[in-house]
Design a protein around this ligand. Structure first.
Ligand SMILES: Cc1cc2nc3c(=O)[nH]c(=O)nc-3n(C[C@H](O)[C@H](O)[C@H](O)COP(=O)(O)OP(=O)(O)OC[C@H]3O[C@@H](n4cnc5c(N)ncnc54)[C@H](O)[C@@H]3O)c2cc1C
Length: 426
């Protein structure tokens, strides 16, 4: 190992979250910002997302993933932000010392502040335990996307997709466009877990059947997959006897959920949120470990990249202030806890600061509901007082909902002296 270098803000991960955080840290005045990315290029998962639909909110354009990433990568070079590609962050201590590995060499770096922007990974086959042998032809949807869009390899010709999340839906269209036949998309829940626009554009437009309340109960085949057995499921999500049917296929793509990538946050001792799989953060995106921040899919799984970039800018800005010793926020465990109430799965951030001396320009809450509904009212309340309510014509678990508390709302919470603020649906 060589001498320990001292850096200002170190960003782990060069996907859209890491790119936006690094730019924001630089704009907030940090003279020494470095992105550490294990891959050979910046852009993260966007590099394999060659479909359009990125940047609709931020740039008012339907960009492809690489085009969206390029808007940020171009600025990184212009800003003089250091980039270390092919370098993995292996460990972080609670004091902000990082262990990096590149080309067989290990070295340590001390950071004034760290932003964890390491994204998420797909749940593998083992996580859904489908009975059957272990034939080839079973892939996660993201792995298949990489094969098709980057490696130019077709995983198969007749395909069943398990899970109707956005990656599964997008791969249904992609495989069809590449000449495969997509037999069906199988979804355990009585509703799709993908965005409505993706159901329309990726399944309906191509006549691909979506089987709701159904499960793959067996993979058939020894060497190569020959088909899957599918059964309907009841309200308890277990298969209904007698509903089994066989769907011949040579490929099964699994799109059964994403898990925030958080070994580093755990290694640093950050308090984790079991509801999101990410660390608990306050409204600066700071974890329970002072000076370590988290954003993007590492914090909670986002459906829209525009919101990833926005959240990461907040993390980068506050990381720069922390590194400069100008952080206005107080200790990581101060402030009001934000908790999910009736009908809400999780809320991010987990805490908001409303202490004196902080520039309270408002707080943006992001959350997901537990089940679909129409004309639901979102309520944010504390100590029996409703601080804010908003009616939404449609609420769906697939769509992350964002609701802004103004500085006046935050002041009201402060006035109530509440320790807990609840977000619920009625
Ligand atoms: C198939 C698919 C389709 C999508 N479609 C859309 C869409 O149409 N519109 C839209 O707005 N959004 C879409 N999204 C969502 C959007 O792409 C994600 O929300 C966004 O990419 C998340 O950004 P991120 O930076 O948090 O994570 P990522 O993009 O995953 O980036 C994380 C980066 O961290 C790096 N990394 C991880 N661990 C380490 C480590 N220890 N050391 C160094 N580097 C590390 C990884 O290599 C990676 O480059 C889609 C996502 C997927 C997967």
């Amino acid at each position: 190992m060589t001498d320990i270098a001292r850096r200002g803000v170190v960003v782990a991960g060069g996907g859209p979250a890491g790119l936006a955080a690094a730019i924001a840290a630089k704009e907030a005045g940090c003279g020494d910002v470095v992105i550490v990315e294990r891959d050979a290029l910046l852009g993260g998962i966007l590099n394999q997302c060659i479909h359009d639909g990125f940047g609709l909110y931020r740039f008012k354009e339907a960009l492809s993933g690489p085009e969206y990433a390029a808007r940020f990568i171009d600025r990184i070079a212009g800003f003089g932000i250091d980039v270390e590609l092919g370098t993995i962050v292996l460990d972080i201590s609670p004091e902000g010392r990082l262990l990096l590995s590149a080309r067989g060499e290990m070295r340590e770096v001390d950071a004034g502040a760290v932003v964890l922007a390491t994204g998420c990974r797909e749940r593998p086959r083992g996580a859904v335990s489908i009975p059957g042998h272990r034939p080839s032809g079973v892939y996660t949807a993201g792995a298949a996307q990489r094969f098709v869009n980057i490696e130019n390899i077709m995983p198969g010709r007749s395909v069943v997709i398990l899970g109707s999340g956005d990656i599964g839906l997008i791969m249904a269209r992609r495989m069809t466009l590449e000449g495969a036949r997509v037999e069906a998309v199988i979804e355990l829940m009585p509703y799709s877990s993908g965005l409505p626009r993706n159901i329309q554009q990726c399944l309906v437009d191509y006549g691909i059947p979506l089987c709701l309340s159904a499960a793959v109960v067996e993979t058939v085949g020894m060497g190569r997959l020959e088909g899957v057995r599918v059964a309907d499921v009841g309200a308890d999500l277990t298969p209904i006897p007698g509903t089994e049917r066989f769907i011949p296929c040579d490929t099964l793509l699994l799109s059964v959920g994403l898990i925030p990538e958080n070994e580093l946050a755990r290694a640093a001792g950050a308090e984790m949120n079991p509801l999101t799989g990410g660390p608990m953060v306050d409204d600066r995106c700071m974890t329970s470990v002072p000076g370590i921040f988290s954003c993007g899919n590492a914090l909670h799984v986002h459906d829209i990249v525009d919101w990833v970039s926005e959240e990461a800018e907040r993390a980068g800005r506050f990381a720069a202030l922390y590194a400069a010793g100008e952080d206005p926020g107080g200790g990581p465990r101060d402030g009001v806890r934000l908790v999910p109430g009736r009908g809400v799965r999780y809320v991010a951030p987990s805490r908001m600061k409303c202490g004196a001396g902080r520039d309270d320009s408002g707080v943006l809450l992001a959350f997901r509901v537990l089940e679909p509904s129409r004309n639901g009212v979102i309520e944010v309340g504390a100590n029996g007082t409703v601080i804010l309510e908003e009616r939404r014509s449609r609420l769906h678990p697939a769509e992350m909902i964002r609701i802004a508390l103004s500085s006046a709302d935050v002041a009201r919470v402060r006035g109530l002296g509440a320790g807990v603020l609840e977000v619920r649906v009625r």
